[in-house]
Design a protein around this ligand. Sequence first.
Ligand code: CUK
Ligand code: CUA
Length: 864
Amino acid sequence: MSKHLNKLSALVLGTSLAATMASAGGELEKVMKARGLSEQDVIRAAKTYLPTGGRDEFLVFSSGGQSGQIIVYGVPSMKILKYIAVFTPEPWQGYGFDEESKKVLRAGNIRGREINWGDTHHPALSETKGAYDGKWLAIQDKANPRVAIIDLTDFETKQIVVNPVLKSDHGGAFFTPNSDYIIESCQYAAPFDNNYHPIEEYKETYRGGATMWKFNNKTGKISEKDSFTIEFPPYMQDLTDAGKEMSDGWAFTNSFNSEMYTGGIEVGMPPFEAGCSRNDTDFLHVYNWKKLAKLAEKKENVMIINGHRVIPMDVAVKNNALFLIPESKSPHGVDVNPTGQYIVVCGKLDTTASVYDWKKIKKLIDKKEYVGRDPYGIPILDMKKTLHGQVQLGLGPLHNQFSNVKGEIYTSLYVDSQVVKWNYLDLKVLDRVNVHYNVGHLNAMEGKSIDPQGKYAISLNKLAIDRFNPVGPLHPQNHQLIDISGKKMDLLYDLPIPLGEPHQVVSIRASKLHPHVRYPMGTNTRTGKIHKGKTLAGQERIERKGNNVSVYATMVRSHINPERITVNKGDNVTIYLTNLERAQDETHGFTVDHYDVHTSLEPGETGTIKFVADIEGVFPYYCTEFCSALHLEMMGYFMVKDPTKKYVSAQKLKMKKMSTAELKAEYDKTVAVNAATDEVIQSVVKFLKENHYEKHPVVKGLVVDALDQYGQIKGEKAKSDKALKAGDIEKAILFENMIWQYMVKTADVGIRAKDALVRLVATKQSTAAAAGERAFGEGGCGGCHVIGKVSSGPDLTGVLQRHENGEKWVKDFIMNPDSKFKEPYVESMINYFNLRMPNQHMNETETKNIVEYLKWVDDNANLF
Ligand code: CUK
Ligand code: CUA
């Protein structure tokens, strides 16, 4: 075992670390035994493990299914990083609880009705020349056909548009290769208008279609008036993919009810599932969206339904822009390969995948060679003549993804619970791996772009069954990570998804994303514009016009200004809040208790909450994000008076008052503490300046934040002096306390800046020195020794020089302190600190490493 293990750890961890592991007394072996892990398990763990502070290579955006949200996680660690609120209110982010986000969410109302959920299926990343550009994310809602746009600079939803003619969708959202359009294709056929039409008139009045949403890749906005829909027969369209490269300008949409069956189980008809699957083939819709977009510009080519342009089928047919190709029974999924030549379609009720060749399709289209027309007059191309070939894959093939290897494709098998790897050029099956269980979509890194990355695939399994600790009858979904870099696929990791049924994920190299950490001060994040309610320090105010009360408030560690708001019952209250922070991750949240409002304010953001003060009483408001040590103090009172009531004032309690002398003493003490604190700050500032903090952006950001806090002191001091002069010592003490608060905040950030700067300007630590620092910390040495300072034990800078043969002396002392207690120097230290150096039972390696760390400390002694 041990021999194995050394070989294994050498493999996994690299030779030098493996040696460390072996000398650490077979720790790895012990853990494996205790947890019952195999060697394969450990290798898989190492392939997905992300040490603290580490970064993933890829980010994945997963639809949140019925949660109406998007889930963001990293690959290969599978750590969940964010839920993006899209179609559903989300309280933490204030989505649907503040005015800015309500405006986005409510744009998704349908025919005046509030819709508060969505069934998200297919997220899509914006593309430039067919490659993901990392700018925008789109997702569709299947239940209430809508499309939303998420900005990838802040991962917030910025727009929701409602499909004006479709009543459900499935084939969306899909970007065209330069993000000119987002395609949203129908699912269940229904009348385009909003009227009742009997089911007996299905063939005449029910329609499918594909909506082409005009998108601006610069502004990230869909233009509704520039969008249009292509009318399709009522065949129950399904998924779509846009052509690329040689097939650019075209799009492909499959369908599953060429029978045009309309159900009727309740009147003795066979159910939909039987009627929709009678024919041996269904239809792939092939259409030239570029040509159709041109046609849509002319009035005579479109009909206007619900204020929206629709191109009728006959116009599309007349202009050679719409064709059908038979595809195997109940098709699902249509995927265009990276070169745009091959279009792969699977069939839920078939065992084969069909590979169509665009060159063959185009040839038939150009020659106008059709095998017939469907009942709506759409030309049908010969299936055999358009096929490159078909491959037997297994039961229930659904979706496909491409890798960086030419011809390599991965397909999910729903019924077989497998992912199969095959080659679509020579039509050979290469490998298959079992997944748990019933996979729907799958994703390979950037696997639907022009530039697939390979490396990993994710299997989105519909059932988890026995994979996780049981949590009741409703199980999480299971996303399984598969290593696809080798010849054989290897299943690495299970990620339970407890938030709806995610249908599809898209992945992108993390290096392509550049989200910002703060907003320009006063930003309305949903519009990107400066908010009309932007309020800076000193501009806080309460304005009253009739029964409209507007509050302009600010939030900064650790207070809300104003701290008291009094209104009359029935007043319309609007509170604008600006987060004045510039520091990274200093979010404040705001709520008024009992009023069902909440907003989350990221640094620089201005948000609005609005409500009618319809209940009388006293309602605390507070910051809902634990933002600093004084977070609980970040509060105020919202008071609602009933103007029709007379309030009897309570008798005031007589409390003992402090004498003037006592107050003066307290004032002096507070001022002295402030002076001492300021000295610490000044020493940190001196250090930062001497070491040119301004050269390091991260440190500079921290210093700017610290100086920001420090800058507040002058104003507070003036107020304190004024109060003192006026004889109000009590007030002066409060202002001095405020000064201390600012000082603590300054020192807090300043010391963080100093630590960061030390790391940047110090010489690089060797592996041993870094391990030594860890051992120093974990071994509890820091409890008594603070580097650069005398604390409860002596300062250790220069300790190696203090003794003859210093390295050995220190080593011996750590491992066996008692042996040296009689030495005069040690004895004097024991007397001085009234403490003996304890034996921390460090082993040989740890002790050696600590000595290396102390050497590093000496090399950088000027920094401590
Ligand atoms: S669909 Cu779910 S497994 Cu909605 Cu993309 Cu195929
Ligand atoms: Cu701001 Cu808590």
